[in-house]
Design a protein around this ligand. Structure first.
Ligand code: ATP
Ligand code: SKM
Ligand code: MG
Length: 415
């Protein structure tokens, strides 16, 4: 009999990949319309299921038993067929609790804001209660008696220490959106987002920028699956299994982004890194050339640098939404902080650092036509690379050594 996930739209789900690593069964993604759902649950031709949006509440009346935690939450994401009796559980609860604990986000005794009032919100609130948050405020964009609006929360809850986003705001393809303005909160200590596409949402990046602990939703997804497998198979799996699946998944989904001076080896080493990691390779300068249909130096001469930078940012925005790439960037991308922000959503930024006197100059590089120009640019841009990059890979030896420094940095960023 079948194992799998039911929900309305499942194209995005990683659950098949995750479950099939955790257990021996085949796990199917089973998209169902509301009408199909009824027959599916009545026929009971399955061993165990996960349930996702929008059916976590809809399934409850079909169940013979709902465990007390899921009952309290009012949502079920795990159903087991025990000799024809359907039993329901909520492992999103355990997944979110794992996410907080793994990322050192301590909520005990703290005021917490939960954005959104759907199924995920209820599981999150149950965890915050269990872990002893002092006050839990649900924030919703419409007015309800049991929730506060964003305007009210800025006015009356600016002292919140924890913010959890359970809304789809900031999810691909609307990755530019951020559900809440973090500048309004003066005591903030931790932020969690259940969204995992992009890997780091705008909200997570805004928190990181302010030095606040933050976690995206991928680990929660993997963790809830581990707990579901335990219930499906009536077995125990070590928590270590979560990281064993999450880390490679994160490495696979993430982009490796090379920043650094022109002529420092980003394109050359980037291509090699992509081969080694089995990732696609893109060179943002090449994409720009395709778009402007002329060499970059010619475009600079004809249209000027601001026109180039505008196209560059558009290209970076598009590329940043993709996954599993090595991205070699142009030397000047760090001039616009937006480029850095976009690239960080799905990527880890590594500064490929080559000494100024080793940099290749000329060869169509409009701002570094010769050594003197390259040296001047180098010193102007050092602080920008340093601020943007999450790791440094030195490239002052052989290409092989540069490549291995890049791969090593990527590994250590995603440990
Ligand atoms: N460690 C190295 N040893 C020898 N040559 C190197 C090394 N690193 C880079 N190079 C050479 O330097 C030149 C410039 O490299 P590349 O074009 O990859 O730089 P880039 O960072 O992509 O520059 P741009 O930002 O202008 O696109 C290439 O000819 C490359 O082979
Ligand atoms: O997108 C997914 O694959 C899932 C998301 C959550 O709703 C989980 O509760 C569900 O088990 C699987
Ligand atoms: Mg290049």
């Amino acid at each position: 009999m079948r194992y799998g996930l039911i929900g309305e739209k499942l194209g995005h789900s990683f659950s098949k990949i995750i479950h099939e690593q955790l257990a021996d069964y085949t796990y199917d993604l089973i998209p169902l319309t509301r009408d199909e759902l009824d027959a599916f649950l009545r026929e009971k031709q399955f061993s165990a299921l996960n349930v996702t949006i929008p059916y976590k509440e809809t399934v409850i009346p079909y169940l013979d038993e709902v465990d007390s935690r899921a009952q309290k939450i009012g949502a079920v994401n795990t159903v087991v067929n025990r000799n024809g009796r359907l039993c329901g559980y909520n492992t999103d609860f355990y997944g979110f609790r794992y996410l907080l604990q793994k990322n050192g986000i301590d909520v005990a005794g703290k005021k917490a804001l939960v954005l959104g009032k759907g199924g995920a919100s209820k599981a999150v609130i149950a965890v915050l209660e269990e872990l002893g948050a002092s006050e839990i405020i649900t924030v919703y964009y419409k007015e309800y008696p049991e929730t506060v609006t964003y305007a009210e929360c800025y006015k009356n809850h600016a002292d919140a220490k924890i913010i959890v986003n359970t809304t789809p705001v900031g999810m691909y393809p609307n990755s530019d959106d951020c559900p809440i303005d973090l500048d309004r909160f003066t005591a903030l200590e931790g932020v969690a987002d259940v969204v995992y596409n992009p890997l780091r949402t705008q909200l997570v990046l805004e928190a990181e920028k302010r030095g606040i602990r933050a976690a995206g939703g991928l680990e929660m997804l993997v963790a809830q699956a581990k707990y579901a497998v335990e219930i499906f198979l009536d077995t125990h799996l070590e928590d270590a299994r979560i990281a064993e699946i999450n880390t490679p998944l994160l490495k696979e989904r993430s982009n490796l982004v090379l920043v650094g001076m022109s002529g420092g080896g980003k394109s050359t080493i980037g291509k090699r890194a992509a081969e080694k990691l089995g990732k696609g390779f893109v060179d943002t300068d090449e994409l720009i050339i395709e778009r402007i249909k002329m060499p970059i130096a010619e475009f600079f001469a004809k249209e000027g640098e601001p026109a180039f930078r505008e196209i560059e940012t558009k290209v970076i925005h598009e590329v940043s939404a993709q996954n599993n790439l090595v991205i070699a960037t142009g030397g000047g991308i760090i001039k616009n902080p937006l480029n850095v922000e976009y690239l960080k959503r799905n990527g880890r930024l590594i500064w490929l650092k080559r000494d100024a006197d080793l940099l290749q100059t000329g060869n169509g590089r409009p701002l570094a036509p010769d050594q003197a120009a390259a040296q001047k640019l180098y010193h102007e841009r050092l602080p920008l690379y340093s601020a943007a990059a999450e790791a440094i890979a030195e490239n002052n030896g052989t290409l092989e050594e540069g490549l291995s420094a890049v791969l090593h940095s990527y590994e250590s960023l995603l440990k």
